[in-house]
Design a protein around this ligand. Structure first.
Ligand code: G4P
Length: 522
């Protein structure tokens, strides 16, 4: 393994945060460091509503939210970074969860005035399920903030995660003057070129001199306490997901961003082995494998082509190679795999483990698909979550019922919504985690399929995938609920319940049936 070994160079990560903590700003600044964009502000669709690549959907433009997950590749130093963007709005959390199955590490951005917020915590829990190492960036130090000890304490307590500050803020808000780099024993001032200036340990008087006189004594004490009293960084604990290194900065002022990107290069893990149903696939295995974690319908609604985002898990993907789609057993020529940059895409001639390539297709690929050079393995971990909102889809023209079912199947394959076809022949149901997904579905059915639909509440509120080891017991269960059973996209049986109470009741009555609210894609 050398420094130029393509796998060792890869860093595939996502940013997790609560809306407004500064994810977009930080993304811009990271891309700026990577030379992927010329001017900060180019990824920002939100502020000026300019048309950007991820801003193709009318609904997204109207509401100024980022609906679509995308990937941005850039190089910095010796590393190739793949930054997987996740939708900020919680209604698209399924998309985010799936994306987090494709990363090896994550950056957690915290607003220094607010600390851990709701969505940060949820996303963190998803990362924890896979022990994804997390680097923390405490942002907006140029504003009034909470006490840094307080913030660290909150991370430690609410997330049950050890913290190791790597830098320490020198002043905050108006008097924010820079950071002290604990490991390097150096100061990075906010002003000027922001270069690291070595100092003689935390007691060096030149550090406090960056602050107004009345703040100096208290700061020196604080710094001594931080350096001596807090946990030192331990790389193996970080890689196991037990400890997070913490950096302080201001994305808006491009401060601390270099620390962060250097940290990712230095500590964040290169592509990890990926669990398949049958074995662990190591990133350095010679044969290409990968899985699809995201499908994005094309920017041009008239051509129904789709981009499947595949994370390469092992081997080398070469343009033009034939891959096998394990679900169908069919071969697929990878003639035009693509890389995505901040604003453009380019044909990928080759890609390695950790890379994310876009594969254009007309519906051949769906979320959860594994592609290999022939081996029948299926990667685990791109899950489906039981919907929290269920609706019956209505279409005025009965002649279009068939077309509607096909369209719904497509949407389900893309992960826009889940579809359930009731066993009793009544109209198709859709299930979503967040209400905005329904708006997206409605808009896309109209724009791409010419199908004007409306949604009606049904008597069902929730559903669970059901299974049993005893086939007869399963059949008995299905027969007992002729009008509450449905099948999902893959034909898997689903039990629909009118309320949590009703679900609970049946669960107790049928102990041999397993009711599950998560389903791995096949
Ligand atoms: P998000 O993607 O996590 O939702 O956050 P985003 O980057 O859009 O940032 C949210 C707001 O916080 C923006 O201001 C942004 O300029 C500001 N911000 C981000 N980082 C910093 C920072 O380090 N310091 C300060 N002071 N502000 C920061 P906005 O006015 O809400 O949006 P906009 O109109 O500027 O887009």
């Amino acid at each position: 393994m050398t420094a130029t070994d393509p796998v060792s160079r890869r860093r595939t990560f996502a940013i997790i945060s609560h809306p407004d903590a500064g994810k977009t700003t930080l993304t811009e600044k990271l891309l700026l460091f990577g030379g992927a964009i010329q001017l900060a502000g180019e990824v920002r669709a939100k502020a000026n509503r300019r048309q950007t690549r991820s801003d193709w959907m009318g609904i997204e433009r109207e509401r100024g939210i980022s609906v679509v997950t995308s990937v941005m590749t850039f190089e910095y130093g010796d590393c190739v970074f793949n930054l997987l963007d996740t939708p900020g709005h919680e209604d698209f959390s399924e998309d985010t969860y799936r994306t987090l199955t494709a990363v090896d590490s994550a950056v957690m951005v915290i607003d220094a005035a607010k600390g851990i917020e709701d969505r940060t915590r949820k996303l963190f829990e998803v990362c924890r399920l896979r022990d994804i190492p997390i680097v923390t960036f405490i942002n907006k130090l140029d504003r009034e903030t909470r006490d840094p000890f307080d913030l660290l304490d909150e991370i430690e307590k609410t997330l049950a995660l050890d913290v190791a500050p790597m830098t320490w803020p020198i002043g905050r808000g108006r008097s924010f003057a820079g950071t002290y780099d604990i490991r390097a024993s150096a100061v990075r001032p906010v002003e000027g070129e922001q270069v690291l200036r070595p100092v003689n340990g935390p007691d060096d008087p030149s550090i406090a001199e960056l602050l107004p006189e009345h703040e100096r004594a208290a700061f020196s004490e604080e710094l001594a306490l931080a350096v001596d009293g807090l946990k030192p960084f331990d790389k193996s604990s970080f890689l196991e997901g037990h400890l997070t290194p913490v950096y302080f900065g201001s994305a808006l002022r491009t401060f601390g961003v270099k620390d962060l990107i250097d940290a990712l290069a230095e500590f964040a893990p290169p592509p990890r082995g990926q669990e398949s149903a049958t074995r662990l696939v190591e990133a350095r295995e010679p044969k290409m494998t990968g899985f699809v974690f995201k499908i994005q319908a094309n920017m041009d609604p008239n051509h129904r082509d789709r981009i499947a985002f595949m994370r390469v898990c092992s081997g080398r993907l070469v343009r033009g190679m034939k891959a096998k789609i394990v679900r169908t057993g069919k071969p697929m020529a990878l003639n035009a795999p693509q890389f995505f940059f901040a604003q453009e895409r380019a044909i990928a001639d080759e890609a390695y483990a950790g890379d994310v390539v876009g594969i254009p297709n007309h519906g051949t690929l769906r979320i959860g698909d594994t592609l290999t050079e022939g081996e029948d393995i299926v990667f685990r971990g791109v899950p489906s979550f039981a919907p929290e909102i269920m609706r019956r889809v209505k279409i005025g023209d009965a002649m279009k019922a068939r077309k509607l079912l096909d369209a719904l199947q497509q949407m389900a394959e893309e992960g826009v919504v889940q579809t359930f076809v009731p066993n009793d022949g009544s109209g198709a149901m859709v299930g979503v985690v967040g209400a905005l997904q329904l708006d997206v579905l409605k808009e896309r059915l109209q724009a791409e399929y010419g199908l004007p639909v409306s949604f009606e509440p049904s008597r069902f509120e929730l559903c669970r995938w059901v299974s049993a080891t005893d086939r007869q017991e399963m059949d008995k269960f299905i027969r007992a609920f002729p009008s509450s059973m449905a099948t999902d996209l893959d034909g898997a049986p689903v039990f629909m319940a009118a309320s949590a109470w009703a679900l609970n009741y049946e669960q107790e009555k049928w102990p041999q049936i397993t009711f599950s609210d998560i389903k791995d894609y096949q």
